[in-house]
Write a protein that binds this ligand. Structure first.
Ligand code: ARG
Length: 306
């Protein structure tokens, strides 16, 4: 179908004004399911809480709404709320969330609690798999981008989940094959900034998927592998024209400011010990079908060549 948006415009993102987050009352590094985690290096609970509160206050100060879920005591990674599920607002205003089906059993109990929370708060819910049966889907791998969903698969989300998700939501989906063990979710290597621009770390992907992603983004701001891994710069959140980042390399700041963005840098260092940062801690639940995602008669999955 034809994209009617003028190519010279760079409209601000329409989503990213309503988040869910999980208060880190039981955050710790109990196991190692990504290369950043080392149970010998524990976060300081008070400092983590302070960093998290500053993040939530910052988002609220920018006009975003933040709903807070309680953390299950037995789910130390639940603070990374992005992975609980992918929420959308339907054209009739109804809210629906496709729950994640976590790759690692250590995190699977999180979604049971989150599903109950969403249901209590008026959301309908669905699943692409659960309890280890069916496709794995982790919502940190999914973004709305120029009317379609872009979903990373490989380390966490499985290719099969893409078809379920496209059908469930009735959208077109672009799959990207992630090959870098340190960028195990798409949100560690990709961050939409507005309708034309995004932060991208091509090293996260195989060649075909890196090329496919660069093709989808008219004005990419490219991060090096070292920048993505050491600064978590791609794991940022955008509210209108403000980019809330855990760190911002000089060339990134210069480019963002020349594009008219304001950069806010917040220290989320305690959460880097678990392998996540700002985007992982916040889950935008205002992606709207018919506005941010084009509703397709025939949902399709576009995969990169093998
Ligand atoms: N320890 C968590 C895990 O490995 C970190 C999740 C990071 N979240 C994200 N959206 N990238 O699952």
């Amino acid at each position: 179908m034809t994209d009617t948006r003028a190519d010279t415009r760079a409209d601000a993102l329409t989503w990213g004004r309503h988040y869910v987050a999980v208060e880190p009352t039981h955050f710790r590094v109990e196991y190692a399911i990504n290369p950043f985690m080392d149970p010998a290096v524990q976060p300081d609970p008070a400092l983590a809480m302070q960093q998290w509160r500053t993040l939530v206050e910052t988002l609220r100060g920018l006009g975003a709404h933040v709903d807070v879920l309680p953390q299950r005591p037995d789910a130390p990674d639940m603070v990374y709320a992005m992975n609980l599920g992918l929420g959308v607002v339907r054209p009739d205003g109804g809210r629906h969330v496709v729950m994640s089906h976590m790759r690692y059993p250590q995190r699977r109990m999180e979604t049971a609690s989150a599903q109950a929370w969403f249901a209590e708060h008026g959301w309908s819910t669905s699943q692409v798999g659960r309890d280890g049966v069916g496709a794995h889907l982790e919502a940190g791998d999914a973004f709305a981008w120029r009317g379609d969903l872009v979903v990373g698969y490989g380390p966490r989300t499985e290719e099969l989940a893409l078809k379920h998700l496209a059908t469930d939501l009735g959208v077109r989906m672009h799959g990207l094959r992630i090959t870098h063990p340190g960028m195990y979710h798409l949100d560690l290597a990709f961050c939409p900034l507005d309708e034309r621009r995004a932060l991208i770390c091509p090293e996260a992907f195989d060649d075909a998927s890196a090329a496919a992603l660069l093709e989808l983004v008219p004005e990419p701001l490219v991060l090096t592998e070292a920048e993505a891994l050491t600064t978590f710069a791609a794991n940022s959140v955008v509210v209108g024209r403000t980019v809330v980042m855990p760190d911002c390399p000089d060339h990134v700041r210069a480019q963002l400011e020349s594009w008219g963005f304001e950069v806010v840098v917040l220290d989320l260092g305690e959460f880097h010990k678990g392998g996540g940062s700002i985007r992982c801690l916040t889950n935008p639940v205002d992606l709207t079908l018919g506005r941010d995602l084009v509703v397709q008669d025939t949902p399709t999955v576009v995969l990169p060549p093998v």
